[in-house]
Design a protein around this ligand. Sequence first.
Ligand code: GSH
Length: 214
Amino acid sequence: MSLKLYFHPLSSFCQKVLIALYESGTPFEPVMVDLGNPKEREALLKLWPIGKFPVLRDEAEARTIPESSIVIEYLDAHYPGKALMIPQDAELARQVRAQDRFMDLYLQLPMQKIVGDRLRPADSKDPFGVEEARARLKTAYGVIESNMAGKTWAVGDAFTMADCAAAPALFYANKVQPFGEYKAMTRYCERLMERPSYKRALEEAKPYFHLFPQ
Ligand SMILES: N[C@@H](CCC(=O)N[C@@H](CS)C(=O)NCC(=O)O)C(=O)O
């Protein structure tokens, strides 16, 4: 098989790409990476020295593609399946990319900061950084709440890369900082969790949920 996805089922950025792959139905070989396993970590670092996943390897073209959004762009451009995650209309595509950046930078990253802090040793915590992350999440929640009022998906009428990014980011963000009164965002998250592509990614992540620091 030409496409290999280096990933872990629990990882939110990996789930973002899995959703796109399940939406398009593009065949790929999943290569699960346990970062706690020195050999597997080494293999990932060889592919992508930054050591973060997901990473897509296209053996047929001898190309290595890191970065979740770029992987989705690559799949749409080179292996289009039954659904495109980036619309062909240039203005809609811009809106999708803008929402995708928003979900990654202002939801995923602060959520990761809070989760990451829970995994730090007791004498290396960063309470100031965590407070900053919580404030950023609250602001992001307000923005999403107004964006999602009266809407089904983040941009236009179709499910796009913006929704791929939003699904795992919202799922985990709600665990570290519950949505509370944000009704439109709560309903959006529920819709995302019912979407078959994300349902499948979540099912596959379930065996690893115990690794998520509560
Ligand atoms: N900007 C990257 C972020 C990827 C990322 O942060 N992945 C996390 C898992 S969700 C990771 O690899 N963490 C392991 C580490 O940082 O060592 C993307 O969009 O793919």
